[in-house]
Design a protein around this ligand. Structure first.
Ligand code: ADP
Ligand code: ZN
Ligand code: ZN
Length: 740
């Protein structure tokens, strides 16, 4: 008798452990199989994570596995160990980690292979001739037999009666064959020649190829337009030639249709995509193609890091500085860390690529880092074909205002836009805020209209003439009079992308604008459609939020305008400078990518700030120096660890009590442990957004030095969160991307 250690597919702390079941003798079973098991008085699905010969518990208590849901390892052994590591590292239930490894519809048996019935001939050519000679009167059967001699045919397309006759005689058999549902982005022809590499690309590639056998970790720091993608493609090609496979992570697949088509053009059917925009069937089929080894290059967003590939040779994380690599729900994993871990397990080459690496990544590429944490730095300082980086001009909007210009465009940007349009070229205008006016307030008493369910101001949307809460989506009609004092002087302040679009149309009636923000990209494939309108030249001004700052390559863009560079600078977040630097550098990098030189105009109220100055110079090194000095001094990550438990509840008092109770308990814990000296700050307080979707929010906020055993503290905080009282939700966040 064999026994299976099983994780049941039920997410609750109480069942987050291994259960032992017996495997009936007549049943085949293996590690990684998805099976059905009796659990209490129900039947549940579960995953076999180990097999053993002894039950380890009294065998009369052991129940048998009922049946296999899928009789092959849906989770490979390497991914089972990865899930165990995630369970420790991200303090999540093991089953929550395992669930990330398969398309969600595979659970609860909601998706299957699509199969067609095929007619297969069971005769040799000689037998067919004999059959035709002997059955001349059965014309239809003879014709069918002849047709099948050339290959199997789909049953629904064949004449029924003769088919049945042949099947009855045992001359034809019906077999089921699996067919694939192919995602739209992969339905393009594959052909594309290799460009000759630039010297920088060559050097980077040679180093990467040299690490193919032993594996290695690299930061590919290349300026915008230096041709990082081509380097990825060549390394992956070599991995495939050696019979290995590859993963390419991109921040958001909808924003990178170009990347997918480039990869498909170069790798054809070897490429697969995995992302949430696919239909359930497409997703499952892509997953199957990967699992069976038909597709060996996987492109996808964050969760594609779990692709069921064997023998991975390369893992690429493109635009590694993007916050989308960190999951904002449980399990709160960081795809870059997971990629690191998998690369190690496979002795693969890990490449983190960016023009603006995150501070913590870059730090690991500096001298003095311990070898096990070390990234090898590869630099590409110039654009391909010796194209220059576009010059960036700063415009001080305070001076504009003094000169009497109260519009959102400086004279300089307006003139540059006029010239660009009259020359028949394209422009990008960037403003990291959607809507029309960013808040609405009363001139008489100063009241700002806020969402009734959230502690945030409402944004005015011109197209629908509504006020919208950007946190919960609640809408209302704009008030005609002040709800506080009755005054009729209601004013709209601050500009969003809708206002920029309106201004462009007013100033340049001939401009053909396309706006890209959360409001215009709701439908399936909406991103792709908008990007295509700009790429084809149908539109000549692209206006948008950070969505347009990512790695797009538009050859005809010669002007980039940043409407308000300090918008992200004023956010209450210790990473505000870093984000601002990244956004401006990235969006500036969209200009002048082909033969026509580009120009970038950045409008700001804070032209002396180092992140604006240095992004204008596109000087990453200098920025890194300033920013890391600031973080070290101000005790922010990556020099410290920030952890917080966020409490939320309908009941404000219960919420506050829970947080204060946890603060006391955590104090008690720290007092009895030697981590105490490493903790810089710990207290319970209201969250910066104290009301969200009608829930009151409190937090227990903790900051400690990044040394020693910080995990003991975060584990204790996780335990505290799990003990939160009824009616209060509690969630632990460690170095979260958002602190609101
Ligand atoms: P990055 O991601 O570094 O900003 P891309 O990978 O988007 O840059 O490349 C920029 C452009 O240069 C793309 O249009 C790409 O096809 C082109 N390119 C890349 N390498 C070469 C090369 N060796 N020769 C010619 N064009 C190249
Ligand atoms: Zn008022
Ligand atoms: Zn709201």
């Amino acid at each position: 008798m064999r026994y299976a250690e099983i994780i049941v597919d039920l997410s609750a702390e109480a069942v987050d452990r291994v259960f032992t079941y017996s495997v009936p003798d007549e049943m085949a079973a293996d590690v990684g199989w998805q099976v059905a098991v009796p659990f209490g008085n129900r039947t549940l699905e579960g995953f076999i994570i180990a097999l053993k010969d002894e039950p380890g518990i009294p065998s009369d208590k052991v129940k048998p596995v009922l049946n296999a849901v899928r009789d092959y390892p849906v989770i490979l052994p390497e991914l089972i160990s990865l899930a165990k590591w995630m369970h420790e590292r991200y303090l999540c239930n093991l089953v929550d980690a395992l669930r990330l490894m398969i398309p969600s519809q595979m659970r609860g048996d909601r998706v299957h292979e699509r199969t067609v019935r095929m007619a297969h001939l069971r005769m040799t050519e000689a037998e067919v001739e004999a059959f035709i000679a002997g059955n001349a009167r059965a014309k239809a059967q003879c014709a069918l037999v002849k047709a099948l001699l050339k290959g199997d045919l789909e049953c629904p397309a064949l004449p029924k009666a003769p088919l049945k006759a042949l099947v009855d005689k045992g001359l034809v058999e019906i077999v089921r064959e699996e067919v694939r549902r192919t995602p739209a982005s992969l339905r393009v022809a594959a052909d594309s020649a290799d460009p000759e590499l630039m010297p920088d690309q060559r050097r980077a590639l040679d180093t990467l190829l040299g690490a193919m056998d032993a594996g290695g970790r690299f930061l590919l720091h290349g300026v915008t337009g230096s041709g990082k993608t081509e380097v990825y493609i060549r390394v992956i090609r070599e991995a495939l030639a050696r019979g290995r496979s590859a993963i390419v992570l991109v921040p958001e697949i909808a924003l990178t249709p170009q990347m997918v088509s480039w990869f498909h053009a170069r790798f054809g059917g070897d490429a697969a995509v995995l992302h949430s925009g696919l239909s359930a069937g497409e997703r499952y089929d892509e997953w199957r193609r990967i699992r069976t080894g038909e597709a060996r290059v996987v492109i996808g967003a964050r969760s594609a890091v779990f692709a069921p590939l064997e023998d991975i040779g390369v893992i690429v994380v493109d635009e590694e500085h993007e916050s989308t690599y960190q999951s904002d729900r449980r399990p709160r994993y960081d795809a870059r860390e997971v990629a690191w871990r998998r690369a190690e397990a496979h002795k693969a080459v890990l490449i983190l690529g960016s023009a603006t690496p995150s501070l913590s990544t870059y730090m690991r590429a500096m001298p003095g880092v311990r070898p096990e944490n070390r990234l090898h730095l590869l630099e590409m300082r110039g654009r391909v074909r010796g194209r220059p980086l576009p010059p960036v001009e700063l415009v001080d909007m305070r001076v504009e205002f003094q000169r009497g210009n109260q519009t959102i465009f400086s004279a300089k940007l307006r003139e540059a836009l006029a010239r660009t349009l009259s020359e028949g070229r394209q422009a990008i205008l960037f403003l990291n805020r959607r809507g029309y006016a960013t808040f609405v307030s009363c001139r008489a008493c100063g009241k700002v209209v806020k969402c009734s369910q959230c502690d945030v101001s409402m944004t005015y949307h011109r197209d629908t003439d509504r006020l919208v809460c950007h946190y919960c989506g609640r809408e209302m009609a704009p008030p005609k009079t002040c709800p506080e004092c009755g005054s009729r002087y209601i004013k709209y302040f601050g500009a969003g992308t809708q206002k920029v679009e309106e201004e462009v149309r007013r100033l340049f009636p001939d401009a053909r604008t396309v706006r890209m923000d959360v409001d215009t990209t709701q439908g399936k494939d909406a991103h792709e459609a908008l990007l295509a309108r700009f790429r084809s030249g149908e539109c000549n001004v692209l206006i948008g939020t950070q969505m347009i700052a990512k790695g797009h390559d538009f050859p005809h863009v010669t002007l980039v305008g940043v409407i308000a560079a300090d918008m992200t600078l004023n956010l209450p977040d210790y990473r505000a400078s870093e984000r601002t630097f990244q956004l401006i550098t990235q969006v500036a990098g969209r200009a002048g990518r082909a033969d026509e030189p580009g120009r970038v105009i950045v409008q700001t109220y804070d032209p002396d700030h180092y992140s604006i100055q240095l992004s204008a110079k596109q000087d990453y090194r200098a920025f890194y120096g300033m920013e890391s000095a600031y973080r070290r001094k101000a005790l922010y990550p990556p020099f410290t660890v920030i952890a917080r438990i966020v409490y939320s509840s309908r009941d404000p008092m219960a919420c506050r009590n829970a947080a204060e109770q946890a603060e006391q308990e955590l104090n008690g814990f720290l007092d009895t442990h030697d981590q105490r000296p490493d903790v810089i700050q710990m207290r319970a307080l209201e969250a910066p957004i104290k009301l969200l979707r009608g829930l009151t929010r409190w937090q227990v906020f903790l900051k400690m030095y990044f040394k020693g055993d910080t995990e003991t503290v975060t584990k204790e905080m996780q335990a505290l969160a799990e003990r939160a009282p009824e009616g209060v939700r509690a969630e632990l966040e460690v170095n979260p991307t958002n602190l609101f």
